[in-house]
Write a protein of this length. Structure first.
Length: 277
């Protein structure tokens, strides 16, 4: 798999909406409204250029403690962002409200819209950030690491039979993920296909009596956004009649620099649950 970001200057730097961005010039002041991409900004060596983040942007903790909070991913404090005078705003199609982003775009010169739908999409994300923020070398190293992790995930998916799984993100009501989500694509990379196969919503409510439940091989309880605990294992096992396991939600759902580590984590978990060393 090709992971090189070169030649960076040859291809336009376009975000998820097709907006073309130029390499930053002058003072760089970044506000990120996406937790996983705040982590990416730091891992690209740009922590000292980060002037604002949401309350959900918590990694790396020690680095982010002094960075001002601008609210949540969906309830952004406009006056706080305006006072920070950012040159660049990082947002995501799924995590931030369109009307919020449009309001911010009225006074932030550069709005970078992201929408990775599968682990491999991070390669374009690294190139985009590397080109805009003059950190192409660091971005290339992340791309190489992700290429290795993608190959490992593909190896596990070939090695073990594919399984259909139920990935729970909420309790009361019980909610799962549709196959067009980043979470589902990440699980699919190691051979776990999420159910339901067809869903009218990206995060559908679950009825334990639906016919497709018979196809579920195992159930995962995610650590986020609902904080499932060990005490929920027996409850879900009784409801589903299937093996149930805890899963690190950040490893399954965070893109950016977490993508490679997430794939390695899932590959190891897949092997462990299959009893393969």
């Amino acid at each position: 798999m090709k992971t090189s970001l070169s030649p960076a200057a040859a291809a336009p730097l376009r975000d998820a909406l097709g907006t073309e961005h130029r390499p930053a010039a002058g003072e760089l002041r970044i506000v990120s409204l996406v937790p996983s991409l705040t982590e990416l900004v730091c891992d690209l060596g740009l922590a000292d250029r980060l002037v604002g983040r949401t309350g959900f942007c918590v990694h790396p903790r020690d680095v982010l403690k002094p960075i001002p909070k601008v609210g949540g991913t969906k309830d952004v404090k406009m006056d706080v962002v305006r006072a920070l005078a950012p040159t660049h705003l990082i947002v995501n199609v799924d995590e931030n409200r369109r009307e919020t982003v449009e309001e911010l775009a009225a006074f932030v010169p550069n709005v970078i819209v992201t929408h990775p739908c599968a682990p491999a999409d991070n390669l374009d994300l690294y190139r985009l950030f590397g080109g805009i923020f003059h950190c192409a070398d660091r971005a290339a190293r992340l791309a190489a690491e992700l290429g290795t992790a993608l190959a490992e995930a593909q190896g596990v998916a070939r090695e073990l039979p594919r399984e259909e799984v139920l990935y729970l993100i909420w309790r009361e009501p019980w909610m799962s993920v549709a196959r067009d989500t980043y979470i589902s694509a990440t699980l699919a990379a190691v051979g776990w296909d999420t159910l339901p196969a067809d869903a009218g919503q990206r995060y559908p409510e679950i009825d334990w009596q639906v016919p497709w439940m018979a196809g579920v091989a195992r159930v995962f309880l995610s650590s986020e956004p609902y904080r499932f605990r060990e005490r929920h294992l027996a409850e879900v096992a009784a409801l589903s009649g299937r093996p149930v396991a805890m899963i690190d939600g950040e490893m399954a759902s965070w893109y950016g620099s977490r993508a490679a580590a997430g794939l390695r984590y899932l590959a190891a978990l897949r092997r462990a649950l299959a009893g393969v060393a």
